[in-house]
Write a protein that binds this ligand. Structure first.
Ligand code: PHE
Length: 338
């Protein structure tokens, strides 16, 4: 008697399982629920029959009924959530899922910003290779054999013969552009540079520079001063003092370094500016006549100026970032602030 009834319960469950597989909407599912789990269901009727069995059988039978009931409930819940999922998939009236949109890296943003400032005053954008020859990186730029920048400790040489290297600055772009186009020209050239520096709070073996070059008849140092001062005001969007002081680069003569009053202490002196009140932001100068000679420009007719600035340095000053490594760690908490 008990065995037969248990077989029937199992058949009842199998039937429920078969039927629910076909169900794709709530209405039919509700009918199924009434039939298999409802008050008047076969299963529920059996529960009221438990009392007619012996104590031993009651335990077995009760356990079986509860098991089947539980399994039916599981089938029901699973189908219900599947139907809901389908509904969501096809319901065009539901609000869309929010897609997380990334943003540009702060370095990319700063480069765009700087390039825009120069673009507005007629500079064209140029680019050059990151892997350079010794000729473009040094020789054509009037950088002598014995210059310390050529040292194996400063430069990443790719070949033993030291002909191919990772460019140490963006200045080789000047040469490539002048070889290709006759004067006059005005270019701005952003890109990556590489030096054998250890990775610390103010150095990185890979960093970014922006090179500028302007060549025409009668270009004088005052043009350089005017354009760089204009750039600094546009970039920092605040009153800063700009100082040009004498410097040396093999490819410019005269050469200068440009410093601005410290944006952290407003020129009073602090740890960022080493108590000098000023921060160096770029190197520049009038293009050396030998450089013009190397690219076939007539250095009796044409003069020009060039400058090179470190992008990370400018970004750190603008946003008061104290460690260059933040730019490369890719920590979203940092990157999402820009
Ligand atoms: N290339 C120089 C540097 O990396 C900067 C510079 C560019 C100086 C152009 C003068 C003219 O330090």
């Amino acid at each position: 008697m008990l065995k037969e009834i248990i077989e029937k319960v199992e058949q009842f469950f199998e039937e429920g399982k078969r039927e629910i597989e076909e169900i794709k909407d709530d209405e039919l599912l509700e009918k199924w629920r009434i039939k298999f789990l409802g008050r008047k269901s076969y299963l529920n009727k059996l529960f009221s029959q438990i009392s007619s069995f012996s104590n031993e059988e009651k335990v077995i039978f009760g356990k079986k009924l509860n098991q089947i009931k539980q399994k039916l409930i599981e089938l029901y819940e699973k189908t219900k959530s599947e139907i809901k999922k389908e509904e969501i998939k096809y319901n065009v009236f539901l609000p869309g899922k929010k897609i997380k949109i990334g943003n540009l890296h702060p370095i990319t943003k700063i480069i765009d910003e700087i390039v825009q400032i120069f673009y507005k005053i007629g500079f064209a954008i140029a680019e050059g290779p990151e892997i350079e020859t010794d000729y473009y990186n040094f020789t054509a730029l009037n950088t002598p054999e014995e210059h310390p920048a050529r040292d194996i400790w400063d430069t990443f040489y790719i070949e033993k013969e030291r002909n191919i290297l990772l460019r140490t600055h963006t200045s080789p772009v000047q040469i490539r552009i002048m070889e290709k186009y006759p004067p006059p020209l005005r270019i701005i050239a952003p890109g990556k540079c590489f030096r054998r520096d250890s990775f610390d709070s103010s150095h990185s073996p890979m960093f970014h520079q922006i090179e500028g070059l302007m060549v025409d008849r009668d270009i004088k140092f005052t043009h350089l001063k005017g354009i760089l001062t204009y750039f600094i005001y546009e970039f920092f969007k605040r009153e800063v003092r700009v100082v040009f002081s004498p410097s040396y680069f093999p490819f410019t003569e005269p050469s200068a370094e440009v410093s601005i009053s410290c944006v952290i202490c407003e020129g009073k002196g602090c740890s960022t500016c080493g108590n000098t009140g000023f921060l160096e932001i770029l190197g520049c100068g009038m293009v050396h006549p030998n450089v013009f000679k190397n690219v076939g420009y007539n250095n009796k007719i044409y003069t020009g100026f060039a400058f090179g600035m470190g992008v990370e340095r400018l970004a750190m000053l603008k946003y008061q970032i104290d460690d260059i490594r933040h730019f490369y760690y890719n920590d979203l908490r940092f990157l999402e602030q820009f």
